[in-house]
Design a protein around this ligand. Structure first.
Ligand code: MCA
Ligand code: AMP
Length: 471
């Protein structure tokens, strides 16, 4: 029989009532396992299940239940509008959508309209308990289908296997000396690799306590009293702007940044205020985390360290150049994009290395530096990956918009902010921002809209984003 993916649940610690805390609600591992067992019994045999990924104990229970039963999980961003949610549900063919109790989880948020795709909504009830006795699923089976943006078109579903998750979490535990003695704290969304795979499954595999703060605010991080903290650079920038909150993190063991480049000034501010040089690590939905600095090693501003155990990297540089596309292989790589064999093939070189699309350099001592992305049409804003094409298509769905070009403009807090250039009549900036926020996830909305008489185009009629006026 294979080893369990969620090691710590095999021997739940019933005496620790706060093994898991999400947005102020706690439960023991035993309670989590019981409630997840009831979910597993309810959905066993389904080909795939969607989870409305609010930051709640119910979401964790739903994900754990699906993993127990060996049913692949499709996390759905809780604020996604009809266009994005429908695409995810239809493309993944999820017939079941697990949700928390409506109301409690949506406090202060407008209730979204029911899903238009043909799915049955299954509420997760934490009071239900069942002992799950099914066998540990095949490590080669899919754990997650994670929807992620490309440069054009709608997001693609990356197939992440159970063994890739296990390999990545074990490599990270080794690099960060992450053990059951740790208390992990973060407040990241539960529909991406960072918050869900590392931030939830990592705790359940290593056995560390988890405090999910609901939102990743500096005050909540300061109050949580953890030993290990995860954040995207925007979160660390906000912590560094709040010296009292930052100083409260001095007692931690390790501060970890990832999902986007950590600006060197933020690295230095954190060191000055907390006494910690943050660990920076690099990853992608398709590869999980592949490079990191280490708990017992040097941490250098601007560098993402060395390959994790089992990962090999190379830089495909032009003759004489030191920078080029970062390519990699290893046990953490995905199994392709659901239903898109051509996109899957296109993401590998002929000799089988994954093409990250990131431009990198490798120093003689093996430290990696991410220089930027090959395509300007993939935007990173607040640590979220957003395809310019998806936002352009959403804008073009508005009846008043005739042309649209979307770019990521440098932004001190978000890294990049989404700026839309449109040719449109009789519509305001606020209306277009709300329109995109309503169709896609809220974080995909442009923060600024600029109105032009025409988009700059070349002789072939192709829009020239480089010639757009400054944001
Ligand atoms: C604002 N809001 C609106 C609108 N404007 N709602 C509807 N329509 C509008 N026009 C509301 C939002 O719903 C939200 O409400 C509130 O305003 C604040 O939203 P926003 O301003 O967008 O938040 P922010 O402050 O800019 O968010 C910063 C953040 C966030 C918290 C750092 O960007 C974040 O969570 N980033 C994490 C991304 C991440 O985890 N990436 C990992 C990808 P309310 O407050 O009610 O919600 S995995 C990855 O990259 C790889 C594998 C790796 O290496 O990790
Ligand atoms: P996603 O697929 O949302 O997981 O985004 C992956 C992308 O995030 C990578 O291709 C990089 O462009 C970026 N990224 C993640 N971590 C880092 C980092 N530490 N430094 C620079 N870029 C990063």
């Amino acid at each position: 029989m294979s080893a369990p993916l969620l090691t710590s649940l095999a021997e739940p610690d019933g005496d620790r009532p706060d093994a898991l805390t999400v947005a102020g609600r706690s439960c023991s591992r035993e309670a989590l396992l019981g409630a997840a067992g009831a979910v597993a019994a309810r959905i066993a045999g389904a080909p795939v299940v969607a989870v409305r990924a609010t930051p709640t104990v119910e979401t964790v229970t739903a994900v754990v239940g699906a993993l127990l039963a060996g049913v692949p999980v499709v996390p759905v961003p809780p604020d996604s509008g009809p266009a994005e949610r429908d695409h995810i549900l239809r493309d993944s063919r999820a017939a079941l959508l697990l949700t928390g109790p409506q109301g409690a989880e949506d406090a202060g948020r407008e209730a979204p309209a029911g899903p238009a795709a043909p799915v049955e909504t299954v509420p997760v009830d934490l009071a239900e308990r069942a002992a799950w006795t099914g066998p540990e699923p095949d490590p080669k089976a899919t754990a997650f289908i994670l929807y992620t943006s490309g440069t054009t078109g709608a997001p693609k579903g990356a197939l992440i296997s159970r063994r890739a998750v296990a390999a990545d979490l074990d490599a990270l535990a080794e690099a960060w000396a992450w053990t059951a003695e740790d208390t992990l704290v973060h407040g990241l969304p539960l529909f991406h690799v960072h918050g869900l795979v590392l931030g939830v499954l990592g705790a359940l595999r290593t056995g560390s306590r988890l405090v999910h703060t609901g939102r990743p605010t500096p005050a909540a991080y300061a109050a949580a009293g953890g030993s290990l903290y995860f954040g995207v650079p925007t979160v660390w920038h906000r912590v560094a702007q709040d010296p009292d909150a930052a100083r409260a993190l001095s007692a931690a063991r390790l501060l970890v940044s990832g999902s986007a480049p950590l600006p060197a000034p933020v690295f230095r501010d954190l060191e000055r205020l907390t006494g910690h040089r943050p660990v920076e690590r690099y990853g992608m939905t398709e590869t999980l985390i592949t490079l990191s600095t280490r708990a017992d090693g040097e941490r250098r501003p601007g560098y993402v360290g060395t390959p994790l155990s089992g990962i090999r990297t190379r830089v495909a540089a032009e003759e004489g150049a030191e920078i080029g596309e970062l390519q990699l292989t290893g046990p953490t790589l995905f199994d392709g994009y659901l239903g898109r064999p051509e996109a899957t093939t296109g993401s590998y070189t002929e000799d089988g290395w994954f093409r990250t699309g990131d431009i990198a350099a490798i120093e003689p001592d093996g430290f990696h530096r991410i220089v930027g992305r090959a395509s300007t049409d993939l935007i990173k804003s607040g640590g979220y990956r957003i395809g310019a094409g998806e936002v352009e298509n959403a804008l073009l769905d508005h009846p008043a918009v005739r042309e649209a070009a979307v770019v990521g403009a440098p932004h001190e807090d978000l890294g990049q902010q989404i700026v839309a250039y449109v040719v449109a009549d009789g519509v305001s900036e606020a209306e277009l921002i709300d329109f995109v926020a309503g169709q896609l996830s809220v974080h995909k909305r442009p923060r600024k809209v600029r109105f032009l008489d025409a988009l700059p185009r070349n002789a072939m009629g192709k829009p020239q984003k480089k010639l757009l006026p400054p944001a």
